[in-house]
Write a protein that binds this ligand. Structure first.
Ligand code: NAD
Length: 169
């Protein structure tokens, strides 16, 4: 069982969080939309997916899934943080990454222990490095190293500057 934070509780984040919880993990789902989080705490689904309401309610009841608007609360004890915020098309047709940047910065500013950041949002190649740079810049202590898993982009925050630095692609 892992402790997971899903950031952005939309179509992707809510389904991802509910499924991870149903697999037995402890999931905290975070969104800056207070109305959405208040609704979810009352059992109101912001979207419709077949079976989702039952899945969410079962895992909330079991204590494996909870909702918050607080980054410090969401990141406390978290081992894996999935960024699942929106990336709408910008005026020039490219993905607007401002929400990804905001989420990465908030993770950096509120992380107190090692965690792995995974981009679940649809982003261009190279965004892993870009997110890692944001995390490095805004982490209060210089405790960042980077990892380079073969299948996804991620930045790994470690509690010690002695950690070996590897580059995310
Ligand atoms: N919807 C799909 O079927 C689908 C499929 C594949 C990929 N994607 C991709 O997944 C990503 C998410 O899509 P979606 O449809 O779930 O988006 P969505 O708009 O339904 O949800 C995004 C959520 O992120 C929240 N958010 C924005 N900034 C935040 C921040 N700084 N911190 C915390 N929460 C924040 C918003 O309030 C919103 O609730 C996008 O990149 C999208 O392209 C979506």
């Amino acid at each position: 069982m892992k402790q997971i934070c899903v950031i952005g509780v939309g179509y992707v984040g809510l389904v991802t969080g509910a499924c991870f919880a149903d697999l037995g993990n402890r999931v905290i789902a975070l969104d800056i939309n207070e109305q959405r989080i208040e609704g979810l705490k009352k059992g109101l689904m912001p979207i419709y997916e077949p079976g989702l309401e039952e899945l969410v309610k079962r895992n909330v009841k079991a204590g494996r899934l909870s909702f918050t608007t607080s980054y410090p609360e969401a990141l406390e004890g978290t081992e894996f943080a999935f960024i699942a915020v929106g990336t709408p098309s910008a005026v020039n047709g490219e993905a607007d990454l401002q929400y990804v940047a905001a989420a990465a910065r908030s993770i950096a500013e509120n992380t107190t222990a090692p965690l792995v950041i995974i981009n679940k949002s649809t982003v261009p190649i190279g965004t892993g490095d870009w997110v890692a740079d944001i995390v490095t810049k805004y982490q209060p202590k210089p405790v960042i190293s980077r990892s380079s898993p073969a299948r996804s982009s991620c930045a790994k925050a470690r509690p010690s500057a002695t950690s070996s630095a590897r580059t995310a692609r």
